[in-house]
Write a protein that binds this ligand. Structure first.
Ligand SMILES: [Mg+2]
Length: 304
């Protein structure tokens, strides 16, 4: 899916002719954005998140070096690759640009084929970096976020909830009698079942901030920002129902004739002193209670 989407290139030049020439050159291959000055470049970079910026060095309001410095100083734009396009052709100008962190430095007048080749090269680097980031954050079997990614996002969302005073809910899910499932149907079937449950979990995430992650083994954790216990309980109830509705036969289960999940959850009360670890333990303890009570049910930590 990611590979099909066109990469975005922002062309920033105060000269309308240069801007159009570069824009037209890029159009057949990339989604092109244009900016005519430094301020516009910063604004469009932050808003549209281009993969690459072709940045003119000489612009009246703010030169390209200053634009690059500001891009790097803002967490929203610090990662964006920049190629300088410059009328300054002294080696020291080029050295300055590269030292500041530009990916490349092309002097005017430029050769169109060379510009295209360099742009393609740097965009390939961007694509590869994205893929590596993705691999580092995604669980290979289920394609959910992995535990490393979850830990990172959880810490961030926890602090955000603390600051904003909004609730944050956490739910742990465990496939019931999964060991018996593997024993009865074999590990490849177990992997397929786990993938099906993971897909249901991913589908159950409604908002951009919601995250379903594989926490380990057959455990899935849901992170639901700005969601109180009632709404989170609903998300979990629907997910449990959709897993049961998959109708994955489980003859070795003492709980139900089909594959089911147990869930435990906890909701952060931003007014109470706590810690990310304490909230996590509360959700885990709730899951334990759901299992103790006979599995195929949800238990929510009531004391938050
Ligand atoms: Mg210029």
């Amino acid at each position: 899916m990611i590979g099909v989407e066109m990469q975005k290139v922002l062309v920033a030049d105060d000269d309308a002719v240069n801007r159009d020439v570069l824009g037209e050159l890029m159009k057949p291959e990339y989604t092109v954005l244009l900016a005519k000055n430094g301020a516009q470049t910063l604004e469009r970079a932050a808003r549209h998140q281009p993969d690459l910026i072709l940045l003119d060095v000489l612009m009246p309001d703010m030169d390209g070096y200053e634009v690059l410095r500001r891009l790097r100083a803002d967490p929203a734009t610090e990662h964006i690759a920049v190629i300088f396009i410059s009328g300054l052709d002294r080696p020291e100008d080029e050295a300055t640009g590269l030292k500041m962190g530009a990916a490349d430095y092309i002097t005017k007048p430029f050769n169109q084929t060379v510009v295209m080749a360099r742009v393609a090269l740097h965009l390939q680097v961007v694509r590869q970096r994205r893929m590596l980031e993705r691999l580092a954050n995604v669980d290979g079997l289920t394609e959910l976020a992995n535990r490393r990614r979850f830990d990172e996002v959880y810490e961030m969302e926890y602090q955000r909830a603390r600051r904003s005073g909004r609730p944050l809910s956490l739910a742990m899910l465990d496939i019931d009698a999964f060991k018996q499932y593997n024993d009865r149907y074999g590990h490849p079937a177990g992997d397929r079942a786990l993938r099906s449950v993971a897909r249901a979990a991913a589908k159950a995430m409604r908002r951009p901030g919601d995250l379903a992650a594989r926490y380990g083994g057959e455990e899935i954790v849901l992170l639901l920002p700005e969601t109180d216990a009632v709404d989170a309980g609903e998300v979990v109830a629907q997910l449990r129902a959709s897993v049961a509705a998959l109708g994955i036969a489980h003859e070795a289960s003492h709980v139900a004739p089909v594959l089911t999940v147990s869930a435990g959850g906890a909701t952060l009360d931003p007014g109470k002193p706590e810690s990310p670890a304490a909230l996590f333990e509360a959700a885990d303890a709730a899951l334990y209670r759901a299992k103790q009570a006979g599995r195929n049910r949800t238990s929510w930590c009531a004391t938050r």
